[in-house]
Design a protein around this ligand. Structure first.
Ligand SMILES: Cc1cc2c(cc1C)N(C[C@H](O)[C@H](O)[C@H](O)COP(=O)(O)O)c1[nH]c(=O)[nH]c(=O)c1N2
Length: 210
């Protein structure tokens, strides 16, 4: 039996407050085994029917990393073109990935074909497979921050292209590409808020009572 006291709860809240999506990384490498440790923690996450559908791919090969960066550049140029006027000008100033600097690249997939969990919970909601993988990524994000490691989620990518670059089974659905490394700075406010792209709203804006 483990009990968590008020001091722990307060500390845990600080972890949530100080977790950031990181795009600016220092160049120093991660300690040996750091990413494996984060993956181990992520595997403790809830998953539909205990299916553990997460699949993690560490990307260390230079040519593959370069191809991912090229894909990001192309997708980001398309994204910029979809905005006009002042919003386009502002988008152009944002830093939306740390792919070039991050010492760690981790691609995350959901295995849609695995029969682990025997289908429990997925019959009417097959998308719970992907939800389970996102839950694992969130755990990893927080576990990383607790070690002083930053994690940045990059989704400005073409899933088909990432799949081809990494040469993976067709049943694996691309969920996330994560940049991992030590952050240049720590902050308790989202970078997009600091850049005046969007501001964080309170829970009352998203809560209905019925
Ligand atoms: C599914 C998903 C996908 C993305 C993101 C997040 C999530 C959950 N975020 C990070 C996002 O911008 C960030 O979480 C918010 O701006 C809030 O900031 P903090 O995470 O609180 O620092 C993100 N950020 C970015 O710079 N490039 C990206 O492609 C993405 N993609």
């Amino acid at each position: 039996m483990v009990e968590f006291d008020d001091a722990f709860r307060q500390h845990l809240r600080e972890l949530f407050v100080w977790r950031r999506d990181v795009r600016r990384f220092r160049s120093d490498p991660l300690p040996a085994g750091a990413i494996d440790r984060l993956i181990e923690t992520a595997c403790l996450s809830p998953s539909v029917g205990l299916s553990q559908p997460w699949r993690f791919v560490t990307v260390d090969d230079d040519a593959r990393r370069r191809a991912v960066i090229d894909d990001f550049r192309s997708c980001n140029a398309d994204a910029l073109n979809a905005y006009v006027g002042e919003r386009a000008a502002r988008y152009a100033t944002l830093k939306l990935s740390g792919l070039e600097q991050a010492p760690g690249h981790l691609a995350v997939f959901a295995d849609k074909a695995s029969d682990i969990g025997h289908g429990l919970g997925r019959a009417t909601m097959p998308e719970t497979t992907e939800y389970s993988v996102v839950a694992a990524i969130t755990a990893m994000w927080l576990a990383a921050r607790a070690e002083g490691i930053g994690l940045g989620w990059v989704s400005i990518l073409s899933p088909d292209r990432i799949h081809a670059i990494l040469d993976l089974p067709s049943s694996w659905k691309f969920i996330a590409y994560l940049c991992i490394g030590y952050p240049e700075i720590e902050c308790d406010r989202p970078e997009l808020e600091q850049a005046k792209w969007e501001h964080r709203r309170g829970a009352d804006e998203f809560t209905l009572r019925r």
